[in-house]
Design a protein. Structure first.
Length: 607
C-alpha cells in the first residue's frame, strides 16, 4: 500500500467516527440514564470534526500541484480511499515533494489512522459507521461500554494522538512546500551538471568505440574480445573534468599455447586496462604530445604506483611554456603555487598504439602504467585522444565469461547453495548491477550498447582467486574483428506491448525486462513456465510479474521497471541526444536506482 493510499484511507475513517459519535449524541436523548453524557459526547464530536477539517485543509495544501485540476481534487475528496487514491503517479509526485520527509510523513499518517481505528473499535462501529450493538438487549452491558468510552484517560489519549498527528502533518506540509522550490533549483543545477557529464561520456564512449571496435589497433591476427565494464557513475564527486573520466576494460586475447595451430587448446589471456579520454583542437595537437622525454605534472597529482598522464610529456605546449618560465627573470603571478609544474621522469614514453595486443602483453608491470594512446580523428573537427593504462599483470582465465541470462537460469537448479566458482548475487549486488545498467543507457547508447539488447548481452567475468563476496561488475562484450554474435530473440522473449517509439523498443523495454529478471532472479522464459503464463498475453504477464517486482525490490525499483516496460514518458520525438529527454530519463529512471543502491550501501547523504 502506497503512502498516498494511506492518506485516502485516513480521510475515509474520519467521517465514520464522527457519524458514530452523532449516533451516540442522538441516542442518549432516548435513554434517561444516559442524558448526563450528552454534553461530553457533543464535545468529543465537535473536537473530532475540527480535526477532520484541519486534516482536509492540510491535504488540500499537500495535493496542490500533485493533482492538476479541481475535478481531480474533488474526486479524491468525495471518494476518500477510492480508486483514484491508488494511482501510482500521485504517489510518485508525493515522494518527489516530500523528498527525505516521505517516510516520517507516512508514519504520521499511520499514527493518526491507528488512533481513529482504535476509537472506532471502542465505539463499536462497523466500516460504514453503524453502531453494531444497538439491538443488544443487555443495556447494563452497553452502559458499561459507554462509561469506558467516556473515560477521560481513554478519550484524552486518543484525541491527543490525533491532534499531535494533525499538527505534525501541517508542519511537515508547510516546510516541504517551502523547501520544494529550494530543492527544485538545487536539483536542476545538479541535473544540468550531470547531463553535461553524460554528454562528455557519450562523446568519449562513441569515439573510443570507433577506435577499438574499428579494428585499427588490432594487428596480431588473433581473435579478441573487448569487455567494457559498466559503472553507476564513472566519475568522482567533482564531475567529469579532464582525466577524471575513466573507462575500465577487460581485454581477452585467444592465443595458441603451442606452435602448431589447433594441436593444443587455445588459452584466453586477459588484461585489465583503464582508458582516460582527452580532447584537443586537432589530431596534430594530440600527436605532438607524444614527443619523447620526461613528463611534468602539477604538484599533488603524483602518487605511488600512478604514472603521469600521457598528455603531460615534455615537448607539449604546456611543458615548453614551463621551460621558458624557468629561464630569465620570473615575476609573481596570481595563480596558486600548487599549479607550478614539477618535473617527474618516467621510464615508459608515450607513443601512439598501433597494435593494442602486443602493447598490452609485451609490457609486464605490477602497477598502473601508461603504455601509449589511441587516436580517433574520424569525421570530427575535434580529435579524441585516449590514454591507455595497464593495471597489473595479465592472467590466464580458466573460467569463461557468463551471461546474466545463463546465471539466472542456473540459479533455479542450485537454489541457494553456492558451489565453488559460482557467481551468485546478493541484494546489494543486484542493486549495484541495476544502477550500472540504467546509468549505462545514458552513457553507452549509440556506441557500446547494442540495440534490442537482452540479459544474454550482459556478461560477468570471474577472476581466479577473487573474493566470492565481492561486488560483481557487469560488462558488455564486443568481438574484434566483429562477428554478428547477437542471439536472435526467441519466441519466449516478449516484445513491447505498445512500442510508442523506436527508442522504447530498442533500449528501454530491454532495460525494464532485464531489471525485472534481475529482481526476481529468473529469466523471463523460466518465469512464464513457473507461473503457467499464457505466452500470448504479454501485457497481462508483464503486469503480473511487475507486482512481484514491487514485493521483492520495493516501490522505487518497481516504479523504474514499470516506466521502462510501459513507457509513460511523454515526448514527441524522444532521443538521448535531447537535453530535456535526457533529464527526464535521469530523474525518473537513472537516479532512483542509483539512490536505491546508495541507500542500501549506506553511502547516500541526506539531500
Amino acid at each position: 500500500m502506497s503512502g498516498f493510499e494511506i492518506a485516502g484511507i485516513t480521510l475515509a475513517v474520519f467521517p465514520i467516527v464522527v457519524r458514530g459519535l452523532t449516533i451516540f449524541v442522538e441516542g442518549v436523548e432516548t435513554i434517561k440514564l444516559w442524558r448526563r453524557y450528552r454534553r461530553e459526547l457533543a464535545d468529543y464530536k465537535r473536537l473530532l470534526e475540527t480535526q477532520h477539517i484541519w486534516y482536509l485543509d492540510t491535504l488540500e495544501e499537500l495535493l496542490d500541484g500533485i493533482v492538476h485540476s479541481d475535478k481531480e481534487l474533488a474526486l479524491l475528496v468525495d471518494i476518500p480511499g477510492g480508486p483514484a487514491w491508488q494511482r501510482p503517479e500521485y504517489d510518485e509526485r508525493l515522494r518527489a515533494r516530500l523528498d527525505h520527509s516521505y517516510e516520517p510523513y507516512m508514519a504520521t499518517f499511520l499514527a493518526m489512522l491507528g488512533a481513529l481505528e482504535c476509537l472506532k473499535k471502542k465505539l463499536g462501529l462497523d466500516s460504514s459507521g453503524k453502531v453494531t450493538w444497538d439491538s443488544t438487549p443487555s443495556l447494563a452491558r452497553e452502559l458499561k461500554r459507554l462509561k469506558t468510552v467516556l473515560s477521560k484517560n481513554v478519550y484524552a489519549e486518543l484525541l491527543a494522538k490525533i491532534d499531535k498527528a494533525n499538527k505534525d502533518l501541517r508542519e511537515f506540509t508547510h516546510q516541504n512546500r517551502y523547501l520544494e522550490a529550494v530543492r527544485s533549483k538545487r536539483r536542476i543545477g545538479v541535473h544540468r551538471q550531470r547531463i553535461a557529464d553524460f554528454k562528455k561520456i557519450r562523446r568519449s564512449a562513441r569515439s573510443l568505440h570507433n577506435v577499438v571496435i574499428g579494428r585499427k589497433p588490432w594487428n596480431c591476427g588473433h581473435p579478441h574480445v573487448v569487455n567494457i565494464r559498466l559503472e553507476p557513475q564513472p566519475w568522482d564527486a567533482a564531475g567529469v573534468d579532464g582525466n577524471k573520466l575513466k573507462f575500465r576494460f577487460l581485454l581477452n586475447c585467444m592465443q595458441q599455447a603451442g606452435n602448431v595451430s589447433g594441436t593444443i587448446p587455445a588459452v584466453w589471456k586477459w588484461q585489465e586496462v583503464e582508458i582516460e579520454p582527452a580532447e584537443a583542437a586537432s589530431a596534430q595537437d594530440v600527436s605532438s604530445n607524444s614527443t619523447a622525454g620526461s613528463v611534468s605534472m602539477s604538484k599533488g597529482q603524483i602518487s605511488p604506483g600512478h604514472n603521469a598522464p600521457c598528455s603531460d610529456i615534455k615537448g607539449s605546449p604546456k611543458s615548453l611554456a614551463a621551460d621558458k618560465i624557468k629561464k630569465g627573470v620570473r615575476f609573481a603571478i596570481g595563480s596558486p603555487s600548487s599549479n607550478v609544474p614539477v618535473p617527474v621522469s618516467i621510464a615508459t614514453l608515450a607513443a601512439p598504439i598501433t597494435d593494442m595486443c602486443s602493447a598490452v602483453h609485451s609490457t609486464p608491470c605490477s602497477i598502473r602504467k601508461c603504455i601509449g594512446f589511441l587516436l580517433d580523428d574520424h569525421a570530427s573537427s575535434i580529435a579524441h585522444r585516449h590514454d591507455v593504462f595497464v593495471l597489473g599483470d595479465g592472467e590466464s582465465a580458466d573460467a569463461q565469461p557468463q551471461s546474466l541470462e545463463k546465471l539466472l537460469a542456473s540459479w533455479k537448479q542450485i537454489g541457494r547453495r553456492r558451489p565453488p566458482g559460482t557467481i551468485f548475487f546478493s541484494r546489494r549486488d543486484r542493486l549495484f548491477i541495476a544502477a550500472s545498467l540504467v546509468s549505462s543507457v545514458l552513457q553507452l547508447d549509440g556506441s557500446w550498447l547494442k540495440k534490442h539488447w537482452r540479459s544474454c548481452d550482459i556478461f560477468f567475468l570471474p577472476k581466479a582467486g577473487s573474493n566470492p563476496d565481492a561486488v560483481h561488475h557487469p560488462y558488455l562484450s564486443w568481438d574484434v574483428p566483429q562477428k554478428d554474435k547477437h542471439d536472435a530473440l526467441t519466441s519466449s522473449d516478449p516484445h513491447p506491448p505498445c512500442a510508442v517509439h523506436l527508442i522504447h523498443d530498442e533500449v528501454f523495454f530491454p532495460l525494464g525486462l532485464t531489471l525485472l529478471e534481475l529482481s526476481l532472479g529468473r529469466t523471463w522464459a523460466d518465469l512464464e513456465k513457473a507461473e503457467e503464463m499464457d505466452s500470448k498475453e504479454t501485457m497481462k504477464n508483464l503486469k503480473t510479474a511487475l507486482e512481484y517486482v514491487y514485493d521483492d525490490s520495493g516501490l522505487r525499483y518497481g516504479d523504474v521497471v514499470r516506466r521502462c516496460l510501459f513507457w509513460p514518458i511523454d515526448f514527441r520525438e524522444p532521443t538521448l541526444e535531447d537535453d530535456e529527454f535526457q533529464q527526464s530519463v535521469l530523474e525518473t529512471i537513472v537516479m532512483p536506482l542509483i539512490e536505491d543502491w546508495k541507500d542500501f550501501d549506506g553511502s547516500l547523504r541526506i539531500r
